[in-house]
Design a protein around this ligand. Structure first.
Ligand code: SF4
Length: 225
């Protein structure tokens, strides 16, 4: 037992997306050397032991007027996010982390074995994505049962969504108290493998890909960011 507490008590193994790890490593379809394959495998096992994934979310009303997005806890402008939130009346604000032991691991290999540290970075980023997708899919289903359609997650710093909104998200979600995530003066999150995002909720159906517009097949969607 441990392996991310046996995939957070589902009784299954963590559903690794190795293609995503390779994508983070800049892989373009070339053959993967055997030693890299072994290092990826090692990194996945070590991350399963070190990670303690946690997440929180809160729901808020949303008003959009004169291109100002009023999310209750913050008012901001972002044409990319505005397009994504069109027809939404509410939002979910979401925060997740893999926990501080992943940073200890990253730091240790940064000193001991740089090649492994690079792969560990990629694998940890992929792990966080998979964890967020899993949590978001559960939320999508829960809200759909109540007649709300959830839009894909959109993080501060993405497109023209100001990174400065991290401060208000941090406060609104009480990230420090609830999941141990703090912000540096330069708005980086600690632990480093943490993420925040906003997801729109609308009464108008739109079957969004949980991985977001980049991975969605609906190329002609008017809301595509
Ligand atoms: S492109 Fe796909 S994921 Fe993006 S808004 Fe449209 S339906 Fe949703």
């Amino acid at each position: 037992m441990d392996r991310m507490k046996r995939w957070l008590d589902t009784g299954k193994d963590f559903p690794w997306n190795e293609k995503e790890i390779l994508r983070y490593l800049g892989h373009r379809g070339q053959e993967i050397p055997e030693n890299v394959d072994e290092l990826i495998e090692d990194c996945m096992r070590e991350l399963e032991q070190a990670a303690a994934a946690r997440s929180v979310w809160r729901e808020y009303p949303l008003k959009i007027q004169d291109h100002v997005l009023d999310m209750t806890f913050v008012q901001t402008r972002s044409s990319n996010l505005e397009r994504n939130l069109r027809d939404c009346q509410r939002i979910l604000v979401f925060g997740a982390t893999l926990g501080s032991r992943v940073d200890v691991l990253l730091h240790r290999y940064g000193l001991l074995q740089m090649s492994k540290a690079v792969i560990l970075q990629a694998a940890a980023a992929a792990m966080l994505e998979t964890y967020c997708d899993w949590k978001n899919e559960a939320l999508r289903q829960e809200y759909q049962e109540k007649g709300w359609y959830m839009r894909p997650r959109f993080s501060p710093g993405y497109g023209d969504f100001p990174l400065e909104c991290q401060r208000q998200i941090q406060a609104a979600l009480e990230l420090g108290k609830r999941i141990g995530v703090t912000l540096t003066d330069s708005l980086l999150m600690a632990p480093s493998k943490s993420v925040t995002a906003v997801m729109g909720l609308s009464r108008k159906p739109r079957m969004c890909s949980i991985q977001g517009c980049e991975a969605c097949g609906k190329k002609d969607c008017a809301y595509r960011r």
